[in-house]
Design a protein around this ligand. Structure first.
Ligand code: PRP
Ligand code: URA
Length: 209
């Protein structure tokens, strides 16, 4: 599992526990996901390349660090990916955004696509795909295949919770793509839900169940 990065910062783990708690309200769940996404964003962007700009402070001229290269792309897997996306955009407001609409068929657990919109020029940009849950990995794999078809060639996948089964399937399908997650849980249940998990992320974010 060499392409797995577990971001187990104490603040993330504390907030994740609150999110897992079934008594946390919809509003609380959304707020916590936004807060955690700031912390995850900080780590997933840690190795971005820098260049320098010449600026003048009130005191003197200086050559100061700024991000190099083309703007990032954040690709949100709908619906629940938007919970991470919003917080990521708080930190990187100039990022471009792709939306990939997918839902899991309840019986087959296959990912069914219903929407796709991405910036035209995603090749040669870092594309960070975001979705809180990596369960079977069908959704993440389908989203990444679609983004690769559109030219993406530098991709990272960021989630909140991953199941060992999903990590294995993802690594087999996308061996070149690093996974960033806050936690690796025990297993998937017979319905494809992560255990102990946090339930259905989309439903908990939007109060749809
Ligand atoms: C959830 C979650 C992921 C997917 C993960 O979405 O947000 O996209 O399941 O499961 P997988 O790894 O087995 O594909 P869901 O299909 O419930 O849609 P929603 O976000 O619209 O609720
Ligand atoms: N999708 C979710 O929202 N939760 C899970 O546990 C698995 C897939």
């Amino acid at each position: 599992m060499s392409n797995i990065n577990v971001i187990d910062h104490p603040l993330i783990l504390h907030k994740l526990t609150k999110m897992r708690d079934k008594n946390t309200s919809t509003a609380g769940f959304r707020r916590l996901l936004r807060e955690i996404s700031h912390l995850l964003c900080y780590e997933v962007t840690r190795n971005l390349e820098l260049t320098t700009d010449s600026i003048e402070t009130p005191m003197t001229k200086m050559s100061a660090p700024v991000l190099a290269g083309k703007k990032l792309v954040f690709a949100s897997i709908l619906r629940a990916g938007n919970g991470l996306l919003e917080g990521m955009l708080d930190l990187v407001p100039s990022a471009r955004v792709a939306h990939v609409g997918l839902y899991r068929d309840h019986d087959t657990l296959e990912a069914i696509e219903y929407y796709f919109k991405a910036p035209d020029d995603i090749s040669n940009r870092l594309v960070i795909v975001v979705d809180p849950m990596l369960a079977t990995a069908n959704s993440a794999t389908a989203a990444i295949e679609k983004l690769k078809e559109r030219g993406a060639n530098n991709i990272k996948f960021l989630c909140l919770l991953a199941a060992p089964e999903g990590i294995e399937a993802f690594t087999r399908a996308q061996p070149d793509i690093p996974i960033y997650t806050a936690a690796i849980d025990s297993h998937l249940n017979e319905n494809g839900y992560i255990v102990p998990g946090l339930g259905d992320a989309g439903d908990r974010m939007y109060g749809t169940k």
